[in-house]
Ligand binder design. Structure first.
Ligand code: NI
Length: 190
């Protein structure tokens, strides 16, 4: 099942997501649908809050990046109840985008390396280090669980410049190739 993606401006993107347990209903099906929804919209990561579920789960598949970088990466997995317990290394800039913020790509500074603890789809516990692109994608998706969007991490000047574009996304005025859930805006119809 392909889920619509929650658009910028929707309050559910700002919630702190909660841990789940092994009894979470239809988890396998949900994970499958998360992948389908991510591929449908050509994303490299998708967090559950982006499909309107405020739970601590995200999927990543960095394979599309392999066209852009010299060494192909195979990095596809599910992170459940993830906890970043260390961020180290120098901050570096990388151009990010987000399915909830279509049409905007901006350089974001993030630490190079992370240590993260999480469960996979079989409820195996992992405690791992990631760097480079995987660390980048994980930190972006992890932010969604904390109610943070990549545009929040831009300079005040960039934010001001992007204000109009962001409003257009929230109002549903941005052209998007996948289905989205828009916030209910108090003012007149879009
Ligand atoms: Ni995102």
């Amino acid at each position: 099942m392909i889920y619509p993606i929650v658009a910028y401006g929707h309050p559910n993107l700002r919630k702190i997501a909660v841990d789940i347990d092994k009894d979470y209903p239809n988890l396998d099906k949900f994970i499958e649908s998360m992948y389908e929804s991510m591929y449908e919209s050509n994303g490299v990561g998708l967090a559950a809050p982006q499909v309107n579920r405020s739970i601590r789960l995200f999927v990543v598949d960095a394979t599309p990046f392999s066209d852009e970088i010299p060494e192909p990466i195979e990095f596809k997995r599910v992170f459940i109840n993830a906890k970043i317990i260390e961020r180290t290394g120098d901050d570096w800039a990388f151009q990010e985008g987000c399915l909830s913020v279509p049409g905007i790509n901006e350089e974001v500074m993030r630490p190079a390396k992370i240590r993260i603890q999480y469960y996979d789809e079989n409820w195996e516990f992992h405690d791992e280090y990631f760097d480079d692109i995987p660390a980048r994608i994980i930190q972006h998706e992890y932010d969604h669980l904390e109610g943070i969007l990549f545009v929040d991490r831009l300079s005040p000047l960039r934010k001001t410049i992007l204000k109009g574009k962001l409003m257009d996304i929230a109002k549903g005025k941005t052209k998007v190739s996948y289905r989205m859930i828009y916030p209910k805006l108090k003012n007149k119809r879009k």
